[in-house]
Design a protein around this ligand. Structure first.
Ligand SMILES: Cc1ncc(COP(=O)(O)O)c(C=O)c1O
Length: 393
């Protein structure tokens, strides 16, 4: 993901701090594997940064979600409410446990599960029996909401926690894309039982690949750590009391993570500046809408999303790629995929629109002013040629 000629990638990791120094320390000391002081440091520092008491570093964000569901004993005969408009890992993790996803439409104001749609779906399709939500269709028990904070914006998490409380549902927040985003001063991932993060190479902070689970509940943190380490009961003998996983983060990755946390604020601020540029420069570009959340959160703009008329989105996508600017259309909806098409879903109007109109454009910290200008000019050029209306002078 280094810069090649004039090509502008969607994301480039920013490893300009002490990352290299800390990795070399790992190499020099031979502490490169799953135990080491950097894993402890990264967990401690991430816990302080996010505000939840316990943090467990794991191999990736998908493993973080999987472990969280297991820790809450979610499995076969359970249902989990989740958006269809998300990256597939949010949903696959549910299926790994044997539970069924139930897809709920999003709120276009913040891109997360719509409280209105969720409540409506519950009212129509569930019975409340002895305080438990039972699906009229499947007879299964709804156990959890898995909201996703997309692209660095906070979803309507306060409303969702109220719904969860009403029906005794757990909340696992998929904050894989939400590192650094706060709502009313609280970091995303700290509203529900458990928050999950990804440190994949394209994320706001990266450890190459990696993830973190955070919670305020000691018993959940303990169980997650245990399951991530093959459910091994003691350090000396190989005694295991459950089917565990090899989901631990390596010390060498955690070393990068510690380095990243030292300059996270600077990185996020740069992304905010890039987004502001786009908003200002494209304010009058006909039919190109630079997305911003209506929720009063400190969005980090992990990705910058633009929305264009659905019939021209793919054409714009090809045009940008031809001009050496990497873009990515919003994900295809998960409830349409063959392996998920038989699960229940609410109406999906907003998700369908987003999936057909959304396009992510580069929004990383290393974009130069010249590159931003090139992206803006190409978008304006496309707008002028295809949307057929004059641009302001
Ligand atoms: C919303 C969302 N959830 C989960 C994940 C999974 O994270 P990872 O790629 O680290 O497994 C990602 C990341 O790619 C994501 O964007």
């Amino acid at each position: 993901m280094s810069k090649m000629n004039n090509y502008i990638p969607l994301s480039i990791p920013c490893l300009s701090g002490n990352e290299k120094k800390y990795v070399i320390e790992c190499l020099d000391s031979n502490w490169i594997s799953s135990v080491g002081s950097y894993v402890d440091q990264f967990e401690e520092k991430f816990s302080i940064y996010s505000g939840y008491r316990y943090a467990v570093a794991v191999t990736n964000g998908t493993a973080a979600l999987h472990l969280s569901l297991l820790a809450l004993n979610i499995g076969k005969n359970d249902e989990v409410f989740v958006p269809s408009a998300t990256f597939i890992a949010s949903v696959n993790a549910i299926r790994y446990t044997g539970a069924d996803p139930v897809f709920i439409d999003i709120d276009p104001e913040n891109l997360g599960i719509s409280c209105f749609e969720l409540q409506n779906f519950i009212d129509t399709h569930y019975s409340l029996i002895d305080g438990q939500l039972i699906s009229k269709k499947s007879g299964k028990l709804a156990r959890c909401i898995l909201p996703v904070h997309l692209y660095g914006h906070a979803c309507e998490i306060v409303g969702l926690t109220e719904i969860a409380r009403k029906y005794s549902l757990h909340i696992i927040e998929d904050a894989a894309e939400g590192v650094g985003c706060r709502l009313n001063g609280k970091h995303v991932g700290t509203f529900g039982d458990i928050g999950c993060f990804s440190f994949n190479g394209n994320k706001t902070i990266t450890t190459g690949g990696g993830g973190m689970v955070i919670t305020n509940q000691n018993h959940l943190a303990k169980k997650i750590r245990h399951l991530a380490n093959q459910a091994k009961c003691n350090d000396f003998r190989y005694h295991h009391d459950d089917i565990g996983y090899n989901y631990r983060m390596m010390n060498i990755q955690a070393a990068i993570g510690v380095g990243q946390l030292e300059h996270i604020d600077e990185m996020i601020n740069k992304k905010r500046v890039v987004h502001q540029h786009y908003e200002k420069e494209l304010a009058f570009a006909k039919d190109i809408h630079v997305y911003n959340s209506s929720t009063a959160c400190d969005s980090t703009y992990w990705m910058c999303l633009i929305q264009v008329p659905t019939e021209l989105r793919n054409k714009l996508s090809s045009f940008m790629m031809e001009n050496q600017i990497q873009v990515r259309p919003f994900w295809d909806l998960i409830h349409k995929f063959s392996m998920y098409k038989n699960f229940q879903h609410s109406r999906m109007e907003n998700s369908i629109y987003l999936s057909n109109s959304g396009l992510c454009i580069p929004c990383h910290q290393q974009l130069t002013e010249g590159e931003i200008l090139k992206i803006v000019n190409k978008l304006k050029e496309f707008s002028k040629d295809n949307f057929n209306l004059p641009l302001p002078a």
